[in-house]
Design a protein around this ligand. Structure first.
Ligand code: SF4
Length: 347
């Protein structure tokens, strides 16, 4: 049963794309894979499309229809569209923006594992996502070198078994929920066999961009785990959080999965008080705690998303001034070589 508070009238009107299949794998197959497909679905004229089309800089367009459905037709400033549409500014190079700003390659003790922070390790469970976010800090990540399969996980699991101070495994990627149930459940079972692991954290954008992935089978498997399950979802704008997402979150919560959200502050997408306030309020309505607000990483091809530290701090100060404390996420930045995220106080 979906809690009453989130079955109320959905504030976002959905544009009518062709009806979505219920099966999430079919939706993965039917995702928009070129800007032209996406812009056509959003009713942009051929002339407008010519103006908007830009080179993808080797990071292909990938947008699930469930996400595109929440974009405003014929609006080139739509905050969801701007997150996924290749733009000409991606060709801008800047000395401070590079392919691996977090220097993750330095923290790969074995392929597929990033062990940077004390007590937890990140396992690259999947080498693909359901969506390609243009600002992604892993848009240049060498997934081919780190590619995981059922057999190749063993080396990662052996490493984790050997490090008895690791208590938490973070499944990341790519997106771990882009794996089939069969692969994902086998991986969870293997992690459960490691006695010192207490918590499983799943970092995923699928509950937001393809909420049909949150099936009863998945939720039941997570609830049955001996591990405490936390899911960190990733929404940047309240328009992403329509009724289908609310239902997915409710199902996860009913199966005792704790839900947190991390967002990235992105220029022209959510870098104003009203957007951030709406996002936090909508998240809490869905039972998701606004957890981290990330400063954008200096990733090559993303200069147009950048928001300065001062501006970010001012925005968080404005949030604090008008919202309950639990609605205000922590402003953080991940920095190469640091033993934890850097936490910034508001201005
Ligand atoms: S879902 Fe996450 S990892 Fe995948 S492209 Fe988007 S930001 Fe990057």
């Amino acid at each position: 049963m979906i809690p009453q508070s989130i079955t109320q009238v959905d504030p976002f009107s959905l544009i009518k794309h062709k009806s979505l299949p219920n099966d999430w794998r079919a939706q993965m197959r039917e995702a928009y894979r070129t800007p032209t497909e996406l812009l056509t679905a959003l009713d942009f004229s051929p002339e407008q499309q010519v103006e908007l089309l830009a080179h993808d800089q080797g990071f292909m367009t990938l947008v699930p229809r469930a996400f595109a459905q929440k974009m405003r037709p014929q609006d080139p400033t739509d905050p969801l569209l701007l997150q996924v549409l290749p733009q000409a500014q991606e060709a801008i190079s800047h000395a401070e923006f590079n392919n691996d700003p977090l220097e993750e390659a330095r923290f790969n003790p074995v392929p597929g594992v990033v062990h940077k922070y004390h007590g937890r390790a990140l396992l690259i469970a999947a080498s693909h996502c359901a969506i390609n976010c243009r600002y992604c800090f892993r848009r240049h990540y060498p997934y081919d070198e780190q590619k995981r399969s059922r057999n190749q996980w063993q080396e990662s699991l052996n490493y984790i078994s050997s490090q008895t101070d690791i208590e938490e495994i973070i499944l990341s990627g790519g997106d771990p929920l882009a794996l089939t149930d069969s692969l994902l459940f086998d991986l969870i079972s293997a992690i459960e066999q490691i006695p010192h692991i207490k918590r499983l954290r799943i970092h995923s954008r699928l509950p937001i961009v393809l909420p049909q992935r949150i099936t009863l089978e998945l939720c039941q498997r997570l609830e049955a785990s001996r591990l405490t399950c936390v899911m960190v979802v990733h929404a940047n704008h309240a328009n992403e959080l329509a009724l289908d997402v609310a239902q997915a979150c409710a199902l996860l919560r009913m199966h005792k999965v704790q839900l947190l959200n991390q967002s990235v502050l992105l220029a022209n997408i959510n870098d104003n008080l009203e957007c951030l306030k709406n996002l936090s309020e909508r998240l809490v309505d869905l039972g998701v705690m606004p957890y981290y607000l990330h400063l954008p990483d200096r990733v090559a091809g993303t200069t147009h998303f950048f928001v300065s530290l001062e501006r970010c701090q001012t925005l968080v100060a404005q949030m604090q001034a008008c919202m309950s404390g639990y609605l205000v996420p922590k402003l953080v930045r991940e920095e190469a070589g640091k033993l934890s995220k850097t936490l910034y106080s508001p201005n």
